[in-house]
Design a protein around this ligand. Structure first.
Ligand SMILES: *[C@@H]1O[C@H](CO)[C@@H](O)[C@H](O)[C@H]1NC(C)=O
Length: 509
């Protein structure tokens, strides 16, 4: 029955199947379905991110299958080094390693350590000699599987060193990774590797160990077609090499860089500018640009850049960076976070320059400025960003909130704000806001202080709803309160909320 679908279409359909369970079922339909599904399934073990340890442990069995795909020479090498390969008979039905196109190297590291502890469970933990032996065995297995995959797959489009940093689970295994970083560093020296990496489109490197630097050097000479890069610059060598890798790219679209506040990243500045034609999204975290030349010259437009995230960076007040700001003409989304930990005050001129330059292109702005958003910064938004649809401003004063409401933003759909005051009596604010609510406004998000919730009466809330929901048509409006644990409303408040039909959600800080 199912054979009526052409193979091309079947491939397209099965490529979109999300659940592994469903893929397993489609293996059983018939021979053709099986043949089409197998490559999709076998891209997963090394290419997907695991959020749960048990899941990863289960998948570690793929090592057995990979060993089955090894040639006699590799298998003999493993046997000579004490591996018992009885659970991996030679020759497999499919060429499983050839299906790898995404490689998250930490997966392989973890599979190898899970596999090794399974085949050698009797070893006494704590004996140094045993540990060294075991370590060497695992390293050998790791190298051989890397060699196998590089040898069999025709291309890799994604290569990640470490998973998502924010994922605790990967942190636990980070130490494991360091054990292999020299081997990972020389992966591109394997026969055939340059050809396999040539088509790389996504590259993530958040590894700290400098043993992997040879890999960067090889990538610089091989890869110039990367679209997405997510990099951490953790050491002086990485600050030297990674900007070079950025500079040689011909169609880089997404670039995310995390630096260290003590590491001068001046070299990065030129690398970013070299990508001004193609870059669509740029994210900078803790990047130190204090050594950027003071009097560099104007920079041509970043003609594609639409999204800019800057988080806890320093040095942006330098005139070189100001020239950078005035080259961002196309931004539609600008997020800026400044923490109190950054030694300098936030670079007001830089931020205002961005707002002036991108002006009506800006649709989405998020500013978390420490300690407050100044009058000048607020004024720039009021004057230049008339097409704004989403606006988040932390630490506003009440009069600044009112100024936003009175500015006739006629496309503003979502406004999030906080008034960085501990105890805040908001009755006056609600009544004033009521007088001029932008018609387009659908969502208001109120971010309260950590210690004390806002205080306001049910009647001022009613007044505000009257201004906002004319004739009780609050159906598509909603208020989100992000408040301290103690924030609660009285029955009277809830009556008003119900009466106007506004969706009201409270989230804990
Ligand atoms: C760049 O990132 C955006 C947002 O994360 C994503 O939608 C887009 O597909 C990425 N570009 C490429 C070329 O992958």
């Amino acid at each position: 029955m199912a054979t009526k679908i052409s193979t091309e279409i079947l491939i397209m359909i099965l490529n979109n199947v999300q659940s592994t369970q469903d893929l397993y079922s489609s293996l059983l339909v018939n021979r053709i379905w099986c043949k089409v599904t197998m490559p999709i399934l076998w891209e997963l073990p090394l290419g997907q991110e695991y959020r749960r340890v048990e899941k990863l442990r289960n998948k570690a069995l793929c090592i057995r299958t990979y060993i089955s795909c090894m040639d006699t020479q590799a298998r003999n090498l493993l046997i000579q080094n004490g591996f018992d390969l009885s659970s991996s008979p030679p020759q497999a039905t499919f060429d499983y390693p050839s299906f790898t196109h995404k490689l998250i190297i930490v997966n392989l590291v973890n599979f190898v350590s899970v596999y090794s502890s399974k085949i050698n469970p009797q070893q006494i933990i704590g004996s140094d000699q045993n540990n060294i032996k075991k370590n060497n065995e695992s390293r050998l297995l790791f190298s051989e599987i890397c060699r196998l995959i590089i040898n069999r797959c025709t291309f890799l489009d994604s290569f990640k060193m470490t998973g998502t940093i924010s994922n605790n689970f990967y942190e636990i295994y980070y130490k494991n990774l360091c054990n292999y970083s020299d081997l990972i560093g020389s992966i591109l020296k394997l026969p055939g590797a340059p050809e396999v990496f040539k088509k790389l489109e996504s590259f993530t490197s958040t590894i700290e160990n400098d043993d992997i630097c040879p890999l960067y050097e090889s990538l610089i000479s091989i890869c110039d077609n990367i679209l997405n890069m997510d990099l951490s610059l953790n050491s002086y060598s990485q600050v030297q090499l990674l900007p070079k890798l950025i500079s040689v790219q011909k169609r880089l679209e997404n670039l995310s860089i995390a630096g260290k506040s003590y590491l001068d990243c001046n070299s990065l500045f030129r690398a970013i500018i070299s990508q001004k034609e193609t870059l669509k999204s740029l994210r900078l975290y803790s990047v130190n640009l204090n050594r950027v030349e003071e009097n560099s010259s104007p920079i041509d437009q970043f003609i594609s850049l639409q999204e800019l995230y800057i988080v806890e960076c320093s040095g942006l007040h330098k005139s070189g960076c100001l020239f950078l700001a005035s080259s961002f003409t196309q931004l539609s989304s600008f997020h800026y976070f400044h923490s109190e930990d950054v030694a300098q005050k936030y670079p007001q001129e830089f931020i205002i320059k961005i707002i002036e330059t991108s002006n009506t292109n800006l649709r989405n702005i998020y500013l978390d400025l420490y300690p407050t958003i100044t009058f000048d910064t607020n004024w720039a938004i009021l004057n230049h960003c008339t097409k704004i649809t989403e606006l988040t401003l932390l630490n506003l004063r009440p009069e600044q909130v009112i100024a936003i409401f009175n500015n006739n933003f006629d496309e503003l759909r979502r406004f999030s704000f906080g008034c960085g005051i501990e105890m805040f009596h908001a009755d006056g604010l609600f009544c004033q806001m009521a007088e001029n609510v932008p018609e387009s406004l659908e969502t208001i998000e109120i971010i309260m202080g950590y210690e004390n919730p806002w205080i306001f009466s049910a009647s001022s809330l009613r007044k505000f709803f009257e201004g906002w929901c004319c004739e009780r048509g609050g159906g598509n409006k909603n208020i989100i309160v992000i408040g301290p644990r103690l924030f609660t409303l009285s029955d009277e408040h809830f009556k008003v909320i119900e009466e106007y039909g506004v969706q009201f959600d409270i989230e804990e800080l």
